[in-house]
Design a protein around this ligand. Structure first.
Ligand code: ADP
Ligand code: ZN
Length: 516
């Protein structure tokens, strides 16, 4: 029998393992249940493809997307490995022949959707197969705490339990916070000592936040002109935005193509090819673009609109620089994008608990934009790890002046306390700035101790409240008319256990802009 390293060399043509791969593969071959958390582009597929070739039986791969399966099977076939997929696109008369090939050991990897594994009849058919490993790709889809919850993922363990040959499980994901990791592991019976988590940091990727530019299109055009020989992806949130941006760039002489879910399969394949072979410099795309894209020399990923959570942001930005060479991930922030996502969540028919999680995830984007910490550090710590300041993100390179704003912050916190945490930002700002209006009369604000207690404009008080929210001294309730509450950190400020320091950019002399 060949060793894993021999398979890597002989079958895939690579010389050495990447971080984490060998450990995962060894543990899988030792028949352990494993959770592998490795960043996009780290080479997760290899972690089950090699065991699939070394193990005697069949490897069942649970994968969420038909297009992803297709790409994987095509590339396996190019390496001379037989693999097949069963999903809603498989013609009925091909199902049994595929299962027969698997039964005869002619197929080493069988890709299925979680919905297929949930089918009673399919579970019955699996009983005839000698399955040694079940690989669960994009395993964060199992968790409500993740950003991509998919109900059929919840039934995977039940499906695996019904398999007679008692396979072990390998769960893989690029984006799992510690609570998502725990959720995956509990559901798939993976003990904590069997986590393999490689570093989330992407040392070749420089992050940058561009806060509410006056003209986004001009910013993009200028950036692309300065990087004229480099491939880049620009993400926009809607098909309309994608098309408008594509037209604008094309009219200005940039070789650009669009990609979104409204294109036919053929059109999408053509766009992918054109990008892959450098016939277009820029792809402007919705988040439909990316999964399964394996272009190694993407030098920048710019988000013209924000994403609804940091997980998607990191995954999409991570498509830059798979070759390990320097690259950039730029987030252009517009407060209105955040308001739109808020509205989407509000209007959705998600249950309340899930809505609340989505609001919290959205709030992380605002915190990311407003942090003065290293951006790479911020992201990595969101995923539960530490790293050193990267030295090249827009915060590491920025110069800031520190200002102690503890007194004004205490004033606002105690006003909220006096108001019994019953009001939103506007009322609080009106109270402390001594506004005279109907609402103030209704709540008899003139009698409050904190009425007219801050000599600042209403706008600057709202900015300060927003600052305190984004730095977790205050928090907003998750509803359409959010009420401001004080967090434990906020109470610490009031008790003189903590100071509030605001960093101001030296260049602009204005605080970083904050909007919730
Ligand atoms: P992920 O699923 O983690 O995002 P993939 O499995 O798609 O990443 O792998 C990304 C790319 O890296 C693929 O082209 C793959 O062939 C390549 N790759 C994987 N392992 C290695 C390795 N050990 N050495 C070189 N390239 C590798
Ligand atoms: Zn940094």
């Amino acid at each position: 029998m060949k060793s894993s390293l021999e398979v890597l060399k002989d079958v895939f043509g690579y010389t050495s393992f990447r971080p984490g791969q060998e450990e995962v593969i060894n543990q899988v071959l030792n028949r352990k249940n494993i959770l592998a958390v490795m960043p996009t582009g780290a080479g997760k597929s290899m972690c089950y493809q090699i065991p699939a070739l070394v193990n005697p039986g069949l490897t069942l791969v649970i994968s969420p997307l038909i297009s992803l399966m297709k790409d994987q099977i095509d590339s396996l076939k190019q390496n001379g490995i037989s693999a097949a997929a069963l999903n809603s696109a498989t013609p009925q008369d091909e199902v049994n022949p595929i299962l027969r090939q698997a039964y005869e050991g002619k197929i080493k990897l069988l890709y299925v959707t979680p919905e297929r594994l949930a089918m009673e009849y399919f579970r019955y058919q699996l009983n005839f197969l000698d399955i040694s490993l079940v690989a669960v790709d994009e395993a964060h889809c199992i968790s409500q705490w993740g950003h991509d919850f998919r109900p059929a993922y919840r039934q995977i363990m039940e499906g695996v339990n019904s398999i007679k040959s008692k396979p072990n499980i390998l769960a893989l994901t690029a984006t799992a916070t510690p609570s998502v990791q725990k959720d995956i592991a509990e559901q798939l019976h993976i003990p904590p000592e069997n986590y393999v988590i490689t570093s989330f940091a992407r040392p070749n990727l420089s992050f940058k936040v561009v806060d509410n530019p006056v003209n986004t299109e001009l910013y993009l055009l200028d950036y692309i002109k300065k990087h004229s020989k480099q491939s880049g992806i620009i993400y926009a949130s809607t098909r309309k935005n994608v098309e408008e941006l594509t037209d604008y760039l094309a009219q200005n002489g940039i070789l650009t193509a669009s990609y979104h879910a409204g294109l036919s399969n053929k059109e999408r394949a053509d766009v992918q090819d054109a990008f892959q072979f450098d016939k277009v410099q820029i792809i402007v795309a919705t988040n439909a673009f990316g999964m399964g894209i394996d272009k190694s020399n993407v030098r920048f990923v710019i988000h013209a609109n924000s994403t609804p959570n940091l997980e998607s942001y990191y995954q999409e930005a991570g498509r830059a620089g798979r070759d390990g060479e320097p690259c950039e991930g730029i987030l252009i922030y517009h407060p209105k994008d955040i308001r739109l996502y808020r509205w989407f969540i509000e209007q959705s028919d998600l249950d309340d608990e899930y809505k609340k999680i989505q609001y919290q995830k959205l709030a992380m984007i605002t915190r990311y934009v407003n942090t003065t910490e290293c951006l790479q550090q911020f992201i990595v710590s969101y995923f539960g790890q530490n790293c050193n300041p990267c030295g090249k993100c827009s915060n590491c390179l920025g110069t800031f002046i520190e200002k102690d704003i503890t007194n004004d912050s205490k004033n606002i916190i105690s006003a909220i306390y006096e108001l019994d945490s019953r009001f939103g930002k506007t009322v609080i700002a009106d109270v402390v700035t001594g506004a005279k209006n109907q609402r103030m009369n209704e709540i008899h604000a003139q009698n409050l101790k904190h009425y007219d207690s801050l000599k600042r404009s209403k706008k600057s008080v709202i900015d300060l409240i927003n600052f305190l929210i984004s730095h977790n001294y205050l928090t907003l309730t998750d509803s359409q008319y959010p009420v401001v509450h004080v967090t434990n950190s906020g109470w610490d400020v009031l008790d003189d256990k903590k100071k509030v320091i605001q960093k101001t950019s030296k260049n602009t002399k204005t605080p970083k802009r904050i909007t919730n």
